[in-house]
Design a protein. Structure first.
Length: 324
C-alpha cells in the first residue's frame, strides 16, 4: 500500500441544493465507499488523484485509460473516504477487454454508500446516458459537473442543471473543477454526511490499497500513451515480469522492475520503440523518475516490447493479463 476558484451557478428552482463549502465534523468516526463513475475521459482519474492528494490513477487525453477498479483513501478529520475510480463505461467495441472493463464498472456502482456521477459541465451525451442508466435506486448520487473552468457562459449552467435533475433524482449538484483545490476541499464536506458512522477501515496515512507492482504497471502504461498519442490503439497494455526490492546503503531502498509492453502489431512495436530506441527510452526514463518519487526508492526499470495479436478479444489472455 502507498502511504503517505470556481463558483457555483445560481440554483434553478425545484432542484437539489448546490452544497456549501466547508468540512463538517462528525461526532464519531465515519467511513464509507464512494464510486466515481462516468463515460471515458471526463476527468474521473484526475478527480481521484486530487481527492487523495497524490497520483495513484493514471491520466491521459486518450480515452479509456483507466482499466481497473482503483481505490484511493483519504482521511480528513474524523471521516475516512474510500474512493473507487472505475473505467469509463465502454459502448463502442464489444471486445473481451471491454466486457471486463464494464463488469468492473457494474460491480463498483452496486455496493457503495455514495456515487459521484461525473460529467462535463453543461454537456450530456448518449455515452453519459448509458452510464447514468447503471446507477442503482436507493444509493445517493451526486452530479459532479466537472471542468466548470472550461464553461464560457456560466448562465447556461442553471437550465442545464434543471434538465439533469429531470434525468435522475440526484441528491445534490456539485459544479466544480478537479484542478481547483478549493472545489476539491468543498467536495469532501459534501460527501462526508453520506458516510456511515463506523470505524475507519484503513490506517490514517494510507492512500491506496493497490500494490506498488500494480502502480508500476499503470505508470509505464500512462507514459506509453502520452508518448504515442492517438497513434497507438488503447488495447496496448503493460505486464510486470519482475518486481524485486532490497535495502540499499546508498538509497535506503532499491526496486528492480522488468516490464513488457504488449502491442497487437509489428508496426505498433516499431512505433513504441521509435528511431534508434529513443521513444522507448523516453517512456522508461519518465516512468522511472515518477516511480522513484512515488516509492521513495531508487528504481531500475527495464522495458521490453512484444506483439500479441488479438489479445483484447481473447478472454483467457485478458484474464492472464490481470483483468477481471
Amino acid at each position: 500500500m502507498i502511504e503517505a476558484a470556481s463558483g457555483a451557478p445560481d440554483q434553478p428552482a425545484d432542484t437539489p441544493p448546490v452544497a456549501d463549502s466547508g468540512i463538517a465534523t462528525a461526532a464519531g468516526q465515519r467511513c464509507g465507499v464512494i464510486a466515481i463513475v462516468g463515460k471515458p475521459n471526463v476527468g474521473k482519474s484526475t478527480l481521484l488523484n486530487a481527492l487523495v492528494g497524490q497520483k495513484i490513477s493514471i491520466t491521459s487525453r486518450k480515452a479509456q485509460t483507466t482499466r481497473h477498479r482503483i481505490t484511493g483513501i483519504r482521511t480528513v478529520g474524523s471521516a475516512q473516504f474510500v474512493f473507487v475510480d472505475t473505467p469509463g463505461f465502454q459502448t463502442r467495441h464489444n471486445t473481451a477487454l471491454n466486457k471486463s472493463l464494464n463488469k468492473t464498472v457494474l460491480g463498483a456502482v452496486g455496493d457503495v454508500d455514495l456515487v459521484l456521477f461525473v460529467v462535463e459541465a453543461g454537456k450530456f451525451t448518449p455515452a453519459d446516458a448509458k452510464v447514468l442508466a447503471l446507477l442503482k435506486p436507493g444509493i445517493p448520487a451526486l452530479l459532479v459537473a466537472n471542468k466548470l473552468d472550461e464553461v464560457h457562459r456560466r448562465g447556461d449552467i442553471a437550465p442545464w442543471l434543471q434538465e439533469m435533475q429531470q434525468r435522475h433524482a440526484f441528491s445534490e449538484f456539485v459544479p466544480m473543477s478537479a484542478k481547483n483545490a478549493k472545489d476539491v476541499e468543498r467536495l469532501f464536506g459534501i460527501c462526508e454526511k453520506y458516510l456511515p458512522e463506523q470505524p475507519w477501515w484503513y490506517a490514517q496515512d494510507e492512500l491506496t490499497d493497490r500494490s506498488e507492482k500494480f502502480l508500476a504497471s499503470e505508470t509505464v502504461r500512462e507514459k506509453l500513451f502520452r508518448f504515442t498519442g492517438d497513434e497507438l490503439p488503447y488495447t496496448s497494455t503493460v505486464i510486470i515480469d519482475k518486481f524485486e526490492e532490497e535495502p540499499s546503503p546508498k538509497y535506503g531502498r532499491m526496486v528492480k522492475i522488468a516490464a513488457t509492453i504488449v502491442v497487437e502489431r509489428d508496426g505498433h512495436k516499431a512505433m513504441v520503440i521509435g528511431e534508434k530506441g529513443e521513444r522507448l527510452k523516453r517512456i522508461g526514463t519518465e516512468a522511472r523518475q515518477e516511480l522513484e518519487k512515488l516509492m521513495a526508492a531508487k528504481v531500475f526499470l527495464e522495458l521490453w516490447v512484444k506483439v500479441r495479436s488479438g489479445w483484447a478479444d481473447d478472454e483467457a489472455r485478458v484474464r492472464s493479463f490481470g483483468y477481471e
